[in-house]
Design a protein around this ligand. Structure first.
Ligand code: PRT
Ligand code: ZN
Length: 284
């Protein structure tokens, strides 16, 4: 049995469970008691506050955990990132009141900065030769400058709207974060390693599917070479003749991040009837 620590309730909870569910792992216990067994896979979920997950994995109470990289960095336990999960993306940034003229990092020398991430901030300031006063608070960091607790803040930013609505501007991005699966490989028994490998195989298939789209299009035969050069496919695109002579259907897989550029190129090359579909799982 492999024990996975998951955030009990918060920004990463649903997406963690959704990812595991897409990998065929579902937990019967919907009220999220402390521990829940999966119905059809030798895994159990341990529901915790995200702040407790790194230590639980470090101590071996859980074998792996799904948590924000920011929390892993802040807690400082020696853990390995087993898998990057592609959700919960955010950055850790320094922000100051928007009316202040800001030129460079030395502005922070001698200033008071409020944060819930004192360790990450301290490391960043040391690396950049800045000496500032770190004021640790556990929540509502964004209101610190407004109420006079600090002159700047260091906090998680995602869309940036929280900063704007508190009259702040982001001036330095210190780190990026996303949800990761962390573990301590040396602790795992052979049995747990095997379960983790099977789980990772499934997660890769789900994640690869999420990063790609399946595309079908019709093309004039004389354009097939040019079109297939634009769409890479898994090995190479599938080309099937159409009932109408002089035409064929091409099937392929496109990476999501280059998707629109490739579609534009395909249209220019004479592709028609382009259909695009999500891929549920992709095993290469
Ligand atoms: O109860 P528990 O301790 O488990 O949860 P929590 O309240 O400590 O964390 P939670 O659920 O808020 O966030 C969990 C994780 O989600 C974080 O550790 C990050 O890895 C990730 N994440 C991604 C975020 C955000 N995006 C985010 N935007 N965590 C927090 N925020 C907050 C941020 O603190 C700020 O107040 O959202 C605000 C900024 O958002 P924007 O969009 O206005 O910029
Ligand atoms: Zn927390």
């Amino acid at each position: 049995m492999l024990r996975i620590a998951i955030q009990k309730s918060g920004r990463l909870s649903e997406k963690s469970l959704e990812l595991l569910s897409e990998a065929g792992i579902n937990f019967a216990n919907s009220e999220r008691k402390l521990v829940a067994k999966a119905g059809n896979f030798p895994v159990e979920a341990l529901y915790l506050r995200d702040d407790d997950i790194p230590q639980c994995v470090a101590d071996g109470v859980a074998d792996v955990g799904i948590v924000g990289e920011n929390v892993v960095m802040e807690k400082g336990y020696k853990l390995e990132v087993v898998e990057r999960l592609g959700f919960g993306k955010c950055r850790l940034s320094l922000a100051i009141p928007k009316n202040i003229d800001y030129e460079k990092l030395s502005w922070f020398n001698g200033r008071k900065i409020a944060t819930s991430y004192p360790n990450i901030l301290r490391k960043f300031l040391v690396q950049n030769g800045v000496k500032a006063d770190i004021h640790e608070i556990s929540g509502s960091v964004e209101i610190s400058t407004g109420i006079g607790i600090a002159e700047a803040i260091f906090d998680i930013v995602s869309s940036g709207s929280t900063l704007i609505s508190n009259g702040l501007k982001e001036v330095v991005e210190a780190a990026k974060s996303e949800a990761v699966m962390v573990g301590k490989n040396s602790r795992l028994t052979a049995e747990k390693k095997e379960i983790l490998d099977t789980l990772l195989f499934r997660l890769h298939a789900v994640q690869k599917g999420r990063k790609n789209k399946y595309v079908l299009l019709n093309a004039p035969l004389e354009k097939v070479d040019k079109i297939t050069a634009v769409i890479p496919g898994m090995k190479s695109p599938t080309v099937v003749p159409l009932a109408q002579s002089g035409w064929c259907s091409i099937h392929s897989v496109l990476p999501d991040n280059e998707f629109w550029e490739i579609i534009e190129k395909l249209k220019k090359l004479g592709a028609q009837g382009i259909l695009v579909m999500p891929i549920e799982k992709m095993i290469v």
